[in-house]
Unconditional design. Sequence first.
Length: 482
Amino acid sequence: MGPQHILTVAQIRAADQAAMAAGVAATELMARAGAAVAEAITARFDPCDVLVLCGPGDNGGDGYVVARLLAERGWPVRVAALEPARSPSAQAMAAMWTGAVQPLESADLSAELYVDALFGAGLSRPLGGEAARVVQQLNATPERVVAIDTPSGLPGDTGQPIGVCGRAALTVTFHARKPAHVLEPGRGRCGEVIVADIGLPPSETTLFENTPDLWVPRFPWPTAASHKHARGRMVVVSGPAWRTGAARLAARAGLRIGAGVVTVLSPPDALAVNAAHLEAVMLRPFDSEAELENLAADVDAAVIGPAAGVNETTLMNVLALARTGAALILDADAITVFREDPEELFSVLDKDDVLTPHAGEFERLFPGVLESAPERISAARRAAELADAVVLLKGHDTVVAAPDGRAAVALNGSPWLATAGAGDVLAGYIAGLVAQGMDSFEAACAATWIHAEAAQAHGPGLIAEDLPGLTPMVLRRLYSAS
């Protein structure tokens, strides 16, 4: 199984058109879509009273298919229509439904299960009138709603509701997820998302679900001939004596994810406190950016930013590391310190470097980009283009974007990562994978996925110190499956 694509509404329509050009009738595609929804319903719910709410377009046509197939299986089914079917395919499916069709405005809306087939992902205007009223009523019991494609009122390309927007326990979409299925807040409104194969031809895209299928074939597993120096050299720059824990978290994470040699580069005043807490991670002092540059001259990846301080020293240290050729993983203070002159940072970055901002840090480095973008994917891609580096925009729906246009969205975000130090571990994971020779974009994707899996494995009570120790379990699972 290869990487799973995320497609826009236009790309899905193009795939539909390609299938029809190859000889598949539009009615056949609609029949397959409705059958997939009916199959998902029967697999997850016991037979019960179902009300299918049909709109006038193709989404409504899918709904008529669902109604007919559930009724054929003996389920009690009613249909309520906002308007008569308009498209030829929807009209054909409506004609095959032999039961009554109630007008939505006068329909009895009491039911045990609702199928939202009013409007799909292509909707570009707010719901109004009866559609808005009914969707608001259904939102009182989203656990009893199954949506076709997207909940009504949720545009497929952004995941940003426009006006009244539905909620569902289950959403069945076709061929591939759309941005609305992976980006908040739309993602949270979709419930469980099933992607049904209805026989459309493959689609080309550079936007992917961030799952192991995307990167595990190139994961840097050691071989029998591997030794520590072959597995990469990584450094982490420590903050001052009273701010050293973040660097150690990143260093331990890099070591756990496989980097062969990890060293904390420490200001002299922090040597003693770092030495008291380090074992397999090595420690070296530096007293100036020139010494830092010299110590990092032969390393593969360097982390700077965690608890580094927003000051001139951090800025000069970033510039010194940029002269070494090591791949830079910049987090926290190493991002914020360039807020007054982002171009100074961009001028020294290249495509192997990785920036890991949360939304606030992103705004400091890329002012206005997130606010003006239609959604987070576009914002991250624009930022990667501006910086000429990989950008990892953190969040429950973390987006990783590369300068060449590749982007991936996390599907396994964990709420337990909302704890101090978790981002330092993520930076260490990325650096550890890059140090082992992994492509920076794929390393950032892999690190994001592993980070969330480790957090989810622990669950309540997680603190950042727990994450490195949970890494081997996640890696073992990946290794067994690869």
